[in-house]
Design a protein around this ligand. Structure first.
Ligand code: FAD
Length: 324
């Protein structure tokens, strides 16, 4: 039994979620007594495959073709389908990126399979893998089990697995050249979608003060900025704050924002929706301030203050300034 992780790269740079997928494949393989392998697809993939050779993997496949230089769903599906037919994995896992969302349903359907998309975790029940997906904007978790023979397909939500848990080791690299002819590529690639430019790298911050919809309006953001300043922290936010333009997109934490792992993450007026949690659950210490004692953020908090942020935050700022 083999679990194959398909890594994503653009112009020779890994997508930040690729190693989360690799870690997931390794964990699944260890729990199932299976082997884990990884594949990188493109043109000039030898260097990237070489980097993967230092990971605990059975095999690394450098899927290489001139026509894979630029991403096209046709090219990727043709290449991966041939690789899967050759390697015969039981499960193929992908990062749930924009690119994967584009081609994975087509790839799975071409092999008569479904793809389980955006899984947030897994568990093993009676020796079988159960993938957890969310429905109704995270209000319901469902367990999905594969039935029948592989290959099965799943994509994994950003932050669902930790890239720093991708284990080191050694792996043999194998070059794989799929058969693709130009007339099989029916679309002409244009400028690839790029996630927002990261002027702020929150992933390097040691302390993050993050604000959510509890702040009520844009005019109140300076209160949180003042706390961040007092703590020497970076400022971050939940998605509604960035969607409203109260803070720039690059400060968003969560599944469609940045994934952070500071020493301390302070969540202020943030409910703790799963899409937010996956971006910050790697924090060493989580402090939550929320007026609702039942807010899900308290489930992941090490320290919690149930109270009105408009009273708690000024008191905190005063206490921090005094202690200096
Ligand atoms: C595909 C998809 C991707 C998403 N990606 C992200 C993402 O990357 N990041 C992200 O954050 N979200 C993301 N979301 C949105 C996510 O589902 C939640 O809607 C969002 O995280 C909620 O933000 P919030 O906690 O600030 O607001 P709310 O859920 O409205 O919570 C506000 C909180 O503030 C508290 N509060 C109110 N007033 C006060 C007060 N005076 N003092 C103290 N507390 C107070 C309330 O009790 C409440 O808990 C995504 C959703 C989808 C569907």
């Amino acid at each position: 039994m083999n679990i194959l992780a398909v890594m994503e790269q653009l112009d020779g740079q890994w997508h930040r979620m690729s190693f989360e997928t690799l870690a997931a494949a390794q964990q699944l393989a260890a729990q199932l007594g299976a082997t884990a392998s990884a594949a990188v697809v493109g043109r000039g993939t030898a260097a990237l495959a070489g980097k993967l050779a230092t990971r605990r993997l059975d095999k690394v496949y450098a899927v290489e073709h001139e026509l894979l230089g630029e991403y096209t769903p046709d090219g990727y599906c043709l290449a991966l389908r041939q690789l899967i037919e050759r390697v015969q994995p039981w499960l193929v896992v992908f990062p749930h990126t924009y690119q994967v969302r584009d081609f994975l349903p087509k790839l799975a359907a071409s092999l008569g399979r479904v793809a389980v998309s955006d899984a947030v975790s897994h568990r093993i029940e009676n020796g079988q893998v159960v993938l957890v997906r969310q429905l109704f904007q995270g209000k319901v978790n469902v367990g999905v089990r594969f039935v029948g023979e592989g290959p099965h397909f799943a994509s994994l939500q950003a932050g669902a697995y930790r890239a720093d848990q991708a284990a080191e080791g050694a792996a043999a690299v194998e070059a794989f050249e799929p058969r693709i002819s130009p007339e099989q590529i029916r679309t002409r690639p244009q400028e690839p979608f790029r996630e927002s430019q990261r002027a702020v790298d929150l992933s390097a911050a040691e302390i993050i003060v993050s604000v959510g919809r509890g702040i009520k309006e844009a005019d109140n953001i300076p209160l949180i900025e003042k706390l961040a300043q007092a703590l020497g922290a970076e400022l971050a936010a939940s998605r509604p704050i960035c969607d409203a333009g109260w803070l720039p997109m690059e400060r968003q934490v969560g599944s469609s924002g940045q994934t952070v792992a500071p020493k301390m993450y302070m969540a202020i007026g943030i409910s703790g929706a799963i899409q937010h949690l996956v971006g910050m659950k790697g924090a060493r210490i989580v402090v939550a301030i929320n007026k609702d004692a039942n807010a899900p953020i308290f489930e992941v908090a090490d320290y919690g203050i149930v109270g009105d942020l408009f009273q708690v935050v000024p008191a905190l700022i005063e206490a921090i300034q005094k202690s200096k």
